[in-house]
Write a protein that binds this ligand. Sequence first.
Ligand code: PXP
Length: 244
Amino acid sequence: MPIRLHINIDHVATVRNARGTRYPDPIEAALVCERASADGITAHLREDRRHMVDRDIERLRDTVLTTLNLEMAATDEMIGIAERIHPNVITVVPERREERTTEGGLDVVGQKEKLAKIVKRARTAGIKVSFFIAPDEAQVRASKELQVEQVELHTGEFCNASGSAQQKELERLRSAARLGHELGLEIAAGHGLNRSNVIDVAAIPEIIEFNIGHAVIADAIFMGLADAVGAMREAILRGVRHRA
Ligand code: PXP
């Protein structure tokens, strides 16, 4: 099974917005990533529009030839935008205004009714749904109950830990990936991954997609975006070679 690498290009917009210029353009970044063999482009339209703005998502829809994955909160406003712009996939994420980045997974167990409405509207629009969840059994099972096609396991805790705590987090990811796969869900992973820590995660055999942003954009400063995508792909393949 080939592994999908989706590049999150939010931070190209972060740099643009820092100076209120029209560059760097996230759409140009998407084209470079696709030419460098990314399998998809991921973008998070946040409620406060701190990086991507609505027009970026519209332009990405017109440009991206691979898969456009829109990360969004479970709100009426966002599902309305998804229905209008029609990304290939929506990844539903928790969102708090004061957070620096997406902290923690979506509480599927605690918000089944609200999330069921989002899933229903996406399904009617023909949009695939992925839930961004912590690697917890209850969240995986609740996601399956809501009949999403995919879960993306939040790798942030793993990335922030070290030593035996990190091994424990890796085991949580392994178990959640195994369970999700047994339940028939596609398994993605993302958040905080870089060329070093992605290797252990990529060794988990059930994971078929990675969504990676910050580290690729950071690498791009020194090696150029196309080479940064290629280097991340190489690191993932190093992990895949360790699969049982
Ligand atoms: N996946 C999801 C659902 C996210 O919210 C994010 C951050 O926007 C990422 C992946 C990418 O995380 P990072 O930028 O740390 O690679």
